[in-house]
Design a protein around this ligand. Structure first.
Ligand code: DLL
Length: 433
């Protein structure tokens, strides 16, 4: 087993000592190597000597995606280009990509973080990994690839898409671990069913699914359809890529590799830290990164942290599933709605497939939210009464969970466009006007 038991199961006091030493070091490092941080700290009348231990983190400035954009492309790199061995980026929905640079050591740390994830899923060198995250600027493909190689597994670098070939090779090569977005996993599951190849001819046993929010019910759906265990993998390019966090066999929260990426939860409005267990915005500080270390990077992801030791023996802090992003939150007629809330309603009803699209519009100055959702083939019917009955049922459920009226449009099975990467769940036409 290639995992880091010493760190992953270290008592919290010892871990905090390591984190304190590393924080002091990294603050001094960025002060001397990243002009952006020196300037920010000088403006706050701070020097590295003001940082004594991890509790002093709150004195430090926050960093946002806008800061990365303003310093596009390499303005936040802390080393000369001849020490950067890899560049990744995240496309986002608007403007220029945010760029991240890794030194050789950063790539090694990142791969080791992923190795911890894969070991937690029970994988080892005898496994065959099918990496169906996109390869490219996106960190998913190459990240998972290096992690799987690190544990000595055999890697099939498929990238995303070309689903027919994914299935053929999964079958012929006997892939045992699938790495892709949860929405693509469901797409592959349906395609396997369509292919007519019996499921017991596949060797798949586990999946590393992440890069987008997903729910417990979606996990159940994937596990049933593919006959595997599905594990969460969390990360973001600004911090490293996949492997910032991972689930263990108890699937009771996502452990964060906090010896490298120190997490905090803050109130997104006041930016004050919240109490353990309370939900807020996740913020990371790099403790060991060389290429582009960030202080208090605001992820916009909403979640909570739990510090009790896990049943698996790991002491690394556990994060709840990502509820959504503060910038994904829709405000419909004044009510806050997260797409994951809608998803959980859909998935708790056996009549629907986990495929949906929310379309938001403003009609006569009033917000209107339409949900397009696929009925399962056995529930889809051309009898209007049956469909109306179903529509009434889901509308009532949405009303009670969201506190909001939603126009529901039940569509034919397999009629919504499928995603091979991150799924598009919301079209907000209000922004275009
Ligand atoms: O999505 C890195 C990644 C690749 C993670 C493959 C896991 C697997 P970005 O493209 O920078 O990086 O997007 C990061 O995606 O801030 C979250 O909002 C979301 N996200 C990532 N993993 C999860 C997850 C990659 N497991 C953004 N659950 C993050 C929920 C996730 N959301």
């Amino acid at each position: 087993m290639v995992w880091n038991e010493t760190i992953e199961c270290m008592d919290q006091e010892s871990l905090r000592k390591i984190q304190s030493i590393r924080l002091k070091k990294i603050v001094s490092y960025v002060y001397h190597n990243t002009p952006f941080y020196r300037k920010k700290m000088q403006e706050m009348d701070l020097t590295p000597d003001d940082i004594h231990d991890i509790d002093d983190l709150v004195k430090l400035p926050f960093t946002t995606k806008e800061d990365l954009r303003d310093n596009y492309p390499f303005g936040l790199f802390a080393v000369p280009m001849n020490q950067i061995v890899r560049i990744h980026g995240s496309s986002g929905t608007t403007g220029k990509p945010t760029v991240v640079g890794y030194t050789r050591k950063d790539v090694a740390t990142w791969s080791e973080s992923l190795a911890r994830c894969f070991c937690a899923y029970g994988a080892d060198s005898s496994d065959i990994f099918q990496v169906a995250y996109g390869y490219g600027l996106f960190t998913g493909g190459l990240g998972a690839h290096y992690g799987a190689e690190h544990i000595g597994a055999s890697v099939i670098p498929m990238s995303s898409g070309n689903t027919e070939k994914q299935i053929t090779l999964m079958h012929d090569f006997g892939s045992t671990v699938l790495c892709c977005t949860p929405s693509y996993a469901l797409f592959i599951a349906d395609a396997i069913k369509d292919s007519g190849i019996p499921r017991d001819e596949f060797k798949l046993k586990a999946g590393a699914f992440g890069a987008e929010p997903w729910t417990e019910s979606m996990r159940k759906e994937i596990e049933e359809k593919l006959g595997i265990k599905s594990y969460d993998i969390y990360g973001l390019s600004e911090v490293a890529g996949p492997g910032v966090g991972y689930e263990c066999e108890y699937q009771d929260g996502t452990h964060l590799n906090e010896d490298h990426y120190f997490p905090e939860i803050v109130d997104p409005k006041t930016l004050e830290p919240v109490k353990p267990g309370e939900t807020g915005e996740l913020v990371f500080t790099h403790l060991t990164k060389e290429g582009m270390p960030l202080l208090r990077y605001r992820t916009k992801d909403l979640t909570a942290l739990h510090y009790e030791t896990c049943r698996c023996g790991r002491t690394l802090v556990r994060m709840d599933r990502i509820l959504g992003r503060s910038d994904d939150m829709l405000i419909i007629r004044g009510v806050n709605v997260f797409p994951t809330q809608v998803e959980s309603v859909i998935l708790e009803m056996p009549e629907f497939e986990p495929h949906y699209l929310l379309v938001v519009d403003r009609v006569n100055n009033t917000d209107r939210m339409e949900l397009r959702v696929e009925a399962r083939p056995e529930y889809y019917s051309d009898e209007i009464n049956k469909m109306l009955e179903l529509k009434k049922k889901i509308t009532a459920r949405l009303q009670s969970v969201l506190g909001l009226g939603v126009d529901v449009k039940i569509v034919e099975p397999r009629s919504l466009e499928r995603s091979m990467g991150k799924a598009v769940r919301v079209i907000d036409n209000r922004k275009l006007k």
